[in-house]
Design a binder for this molecule. Structure first.
Ligand code: SF4
Length: 339
């Protein structure tokens, strides 16, 4: 018994139900669990409005394990841009992503002198990344061969080293498979687990609209964190191959865009107020500035005033230019619109 208490495991905790259930199953065997929660530039908010990290924090508090949040930036964007194993139905490189996350967990396992890593994977829950052969391949590529336990589906997989060595009692693990989440929801009710993200929530890379915007960025060879952040808000237009306009849809968008604006950007808004804030970014000519001003006015309350003035402010110098653009047609706007 004393020996069991010293066993340590690292769990990949996503904020979803499966990973917290896996943590519960492992902790119930007397194993000390440390969670790692990876936050990517593509992590989204749940339908209840709580962000992933808040949910993971609540899960850790209620079950009683410590966890480390790990923020990923350019390194992860590069992976999304050039996935070795390709994309799912959108821009989601789930296989590469799983391997990458597990490599991070493996690093923490070594640092923490833990004996194994566990995840909330369920055989065949997802069409590609959770096929048996894929689970095996992902385990191998992550460098965790034999040391990766999937407690929810373990009985359908070969025994892992911690099971063979008696660190974990295999008979107390589960054999869930397939897409139905009924067993998981029943277990959540039994254990009183209420804080978790919906299965569909969590990753913007699985959303078609966001993916179209991201593809446009990558197609124009842009992949910095700031540009990715802008994709989460507003309306997006590509005015020229080198020029992009982002139009705020509401006060919140406007505030975030003001925060994301960079020195080389131009900020546009109408003189009369009640207007979106817009970022114009790229190699800007007089023509694109006029088009951007026309779009800015189109989305303002003064959209029907052909004499309405748009102010364009250079972020670096603070210089402000007054523009009275030609009215732009809806069909042209639709052509320029990204998603
Ligand atoms: S859905 Fe997103 S976070 Fe999840 S494995 Fe796929 S790419 Fe990674």
């Amino acid at each position: 018994m004393e020996k069991l208490k010293r066993i340590k495991a690292i769990g990949l905790i996503s904020g979803g139900l499966d990973s917290v259930l896996a943590a519960k199953l492992i902790m119930d065997q007397g194993v000390e669990v440390t969670g790692i929660h990876l936050i990517t530039p593509f992590s989204s908010r749940s339908s209840k409005g709580a962000d992933e990290e808040t949910i993971v924090q609540k899960q850790a508090e209620s079950l009683g394990f410590q966890y480390y949040p790990l923020y990923l930036g350019e390194e992860y964007i590069d992976l999304v841009k050039n996935p070795k194993w390709g994309y799912g139905s959108c821009m989601n490189p789930c296989i590469d992503c799983h391997i990458f996350f597990l490599q991070k967990a493996a690093e923490l396992m070594k640092e923490e002198k833990a004996q194994f890593v566990f995840t909330g994977d369920v055989l065949e829950q997802r069409p590609m990344s959770q096929k048996r052969t894929m689970l095996q391949m992902i385990e191998k590529r992550s460098g965790l061969e034999g040391l990766l336990l999937r407690p929810l589906t373990a009985l359908r997989l070969d025994p892992t080293t911690p099971e063979k060595m008696g660190m974990v009692d295999r008979t107390l693990l589960l054999g869930i498979a397939g897409r139905s989440r009924k067993i998981q929801f029943d277990l959540a009710a039994r254990y009183g687990i209420r804080d978790f993200q919906t299965p569909a929530g969590g990753c913007l890379l699985a959303e078609p609209g966001f993916s179209a915007r991201l593809k446009d960025l990558f197609d124009h060879d842009i992949s910095d964190v700031n540009s990715v952040e802008t994709l989460k808000i507003g309306r997006h237009f590509r005015l020229e191959p080198e020029v992009k306009l982002i139009v705020g849809r509401n006060e919140r968008d406007n505030m975030i865009l003001a925060h994301l604006a960079q020195d080389a950007d131009i900020l546009l808004e109408t003189e009369e107020g009640s207007s979106p804030l817009c970022i114009l970014r790229g190699v800007i000519s007089e023509k694109t500035l006029d088009t951007a001003a026309a779009i800015t006015r189109r989305y303002s309350k003064g959209r029907n005033n052909p004499k309405g003035v748009v102010l364009a402010r250079h972020c670096d110098s603070g210089e402000i230019i007054r523009l009275v653009p030609e009215t732009i047609s809806e069909s042209v706007i639709e052509i320029l619109r990204i998603a």
